[in-house]
Design a protein around this ligand. Sequence first.
Ligand SMILES: NC(=O)c1ccc[n+]([C@@H]2O[C@H](COP(=O)([O-])OP(=O)(O)OC[C@H]3O[C@@H](n4cnc5c(N)ncnc54)[C@H](O)[C@@H]3O)[C@@H](O)[C@H]2O)c1
Length: 247
Amino acid sequence: MSKRLEHELCVVTGAANGIGRAIAERFLLEGADLIVADFDVDTAKKVYENNSQVVDIIKIDATKIEDLEKIAASVEKTGRKLKAVLPIVGNGPQNPIEAITPEEYHLTMNLNVFSSFFTVQKLLPYMSNNSAIVLISSIAGFQGGKDAIIYNAAKAAIRSMARSFTGELAERGIRANAISPGPTETKAFTEFVKGDEEIRNSIVSQLPVGHIGQPSEIASVALFLASDESSYVTGAEIITDGGFTNR
Ligand SMILES: NC(=O)c1ccc[n+]([C@@H]2O[C@H](COP(=O)([O-])OP(=O)(O)OC[C@H]3O[C@@H](n4cnc5c(N)ncnc54)[C@H](O)[C@@H]3O)[C@@H](O)[C@H]2O)c1
C-alpha cells in the first residue's frame, strides 16, 4: 500500500512522549516530513535526531505565544506548505473543586485550550488548501468526572474549537476534527493511576475491548484524520476509548 503522507510536511507538538510521539512516529512511517516541538527537547532529540524526515526539533512551552511563533518561523524557513497541524500538548492537575487555585485554572486552560488554539492560529498562514487540523480532546470533554473539572471544561472547549475551525476554514480547503481518547497508556496515565494496580485493573474491567488504549491506537486515528483518507470528514470528533463511555 502506498504511504499516506509521503513528502507531506506536518507539525506535531507534544511529540517527545506519549500520544504525540506515537503520532509522530506513525507519520514518519507513512512518509511525512515533520517539525516536532516539545518542552522535553532532550527526549525529542534522542527520538528524532537521526531521522532525515525530521526537519526541525523545537523546544517550546506551548503556553507561550512566542514559542508557538518559533514553530511558525521554522515552517516559514522550509518555504513549504503544511499538510497537517496536530497540537497534542495538554494535561491538567487532579484536584477537587475547593482546592483549585486561579494559577491551576489558568495553567490547565493554557496547556489545553490556549496551546491548541494559538498553535493553529500561528500555523494557519502556512497550511495548504488541502490540509487538516487534528485536535486532541478527551472523553473528559463530554462526560463529567471527579477532581478534574477544569481539565474537563478545557477538553470540552477543544471539541467546540474543532467545529468552529471547520466552518471558518472550509473555504480555504482546511478540515478540522478532534480525537477524544479514553484511558491511554502514557506517562500522564501512569501518573493518574499513581501506580495503583487496583485502580488500573478497575479501569481495564470497564473497557469493553479489554485493554487500556495504546498510543499507537490513537495515532492510527490521527493518521486517518490528517490524511486524504478522511477527505469527507470535517467538524467531527472520533471517540477512541475502547467503548468506555458506552459500556
Ligand atoms: N493518556 C490519556 O489517557 C489521555 C486521554 C485523553 C486525552 N489525552 C490527551 O492527549 C494529549 C497527550 O497526552 P499524553 O497522555 O500523551 O501525555 P504525556 O504526558 O505522556 O505527553 C505529553 C507531552 O507534552 C509535553 N508537554 C507538556 N507540557 C508542555 C508544554 N507546556 N509545552 C510543550 N510541551 C509540553 C511533554 O513534555 C510530553 O512530551 C494531551 O492533550 C492529553 O490531555 C490523554
